[in-house]
Design a protein around this ligand. Structure first.
Ligand code: TRP
Length: 332
């Protein structure tokens, strides 16, 4: 059977180098003429955590442009916005009626907030909306609506994938075998360090931006924290943030050369220059594309409506069958 790859991209924040290396690049590498690929912007998922409409809109734009600039080709892949496909919600409700509450009670994201609330002596449901609680059902609907066979996700989404299979299996057992059980393609956890050595994350305010100007990139690299060894003193690459970042972009030969330079006592300023050049070389065409696309006001709206036009008939067909299976269709 032809593989159908599908993944959702939550539209919060502006993508950084960590998102590029950990999610965008590996997902786009899976695109090939031998499979179907579906990439969508999970904007309804974003509403769970973000209630600023201006932020929501800016994020959808930046995230979409980041993927397009990095090589997502809407001719080759299906590219759409979750909120343009209302059938997602019809399926979500149908799946809600097959999903055990006990299953959702065990979701890590939900459980960890309950644990925090309990620990701080608050009501256990403090600050938990139903969107957060039923997040995995909406995600299952995203996947099952298009009969996805393979879903590339980070390790933090593995449990949600189990839940999607579980809920689909329950539906198929109760009614008929209409839903495809998807396989998770768990992407390797690559831990990209931020400029303070901790995992790169907006929360830690340590990101290296991805779509910024050359100057901003250079400045954020110059801020990366190092120890105070002088040029000429041998350095340890194993514990070094600069080296880790360098190795994500370098060829094996370049990595070997850099290890040697560390033991030969390369100065931190020179490592930072090399790191800047290697990141900038890879990002240059992406940045140029981004600058060009950003100036075309109708581009995204046109792409979103094309994307929805392409995939909605499939969604409508499946939901039609499901409605019939559960007994909500034409009376005979
Ligand atoms: N929950 C995913 C994440 O945060 C995003 C997502 C939403 C998704 N729907 C999906 C991923 C469907 C894969 C398939 O990364």
């Amino acid at each position: 059977m032809r593989k159908r790859i599908l993944t959702g991209i939550t539209t919060t924040g502006t993508p950084h180098i960590g998102n590029y290396l950990g999610a965008i690049k590996p997902a786009l590498e899976l695109v090939s003429p031998d499979n179907d690929s579906y990439f969508f912007l999970a904007d309804y998922h974003a509403l769970i955590k973000q209630n600023d409409p201006i932020e929501i809109e800016a994020s959808v734009k930046n995230v979409a442009l980041a993927w397009l600039s990095s090589g997502l080709d809407p001719e080759q892949s299906h590219f759409y916005r979750q909120s343009d496909i209302p059938e997602v919600h019809e399926l979500t409700w149908i799946l809600n009626c097959s999903a055990a509450k006990g299953l959702l009670n065990r979701a890590h994201a939900y459980k960890s907030i309950v644990a925090e609330n309990t620990q701080s002596g608050d009501d256990e449901d403090r600050a938990i909306n139903m969107g957060l609680f039923s997040y995995p059902v909406l995600m299952a609907a995203d996947i099952l609506l298009f009969n996805a066979t393979h879903v590339p996700v980070g390790p933090d989404q593995a449990q949600h994938m189990e839940m999607a299979r579980d809920i689909a299996g329950k539906f198929n057992h109760s009614y008929s075998n209409l839903l495809t059980l998807p396989d998770a393609l768990i992407q390797n956890e690559i831990s990209v360090p931020g400029n303070d050595g901790r995992k790169m994350s907006k929360t830690y305010n340590n990101i290296i931006p991805f779509l910024s100007s050359e100057k901003v990139l250079q400045k954020s690299i110059s801020k990366i924290i190092t120890n105070s060894l002088e040029p000429g003193q041998p350095k340890d690459y194993k514990t070094c943030t600069l080296f880790q970042l360098y190795s994500f972009f370098a060829t094996p030969d370049q990595i070997d050369d850099m290890k040697k330079s560390y033991s030969d006592g390369i100065g931190w300023g020179d490592v930072k220059n090399d790191l800047f050049s290697i990141i900038n070389n890879e990002i240059l065409p992406i940045r140029e594309k981004y600058t060009e696309l950003k100036e075309q006001p109708d581009l995204l709206n046109d792409l979103f409506s094309d994307g929805a036009r392409k995939v909605r008939p499939q969604a409508q067909e499946l939901v039609g069958k499901l409605r019939e299976a559960v007994g909500i269709s034409k009376i005979v």
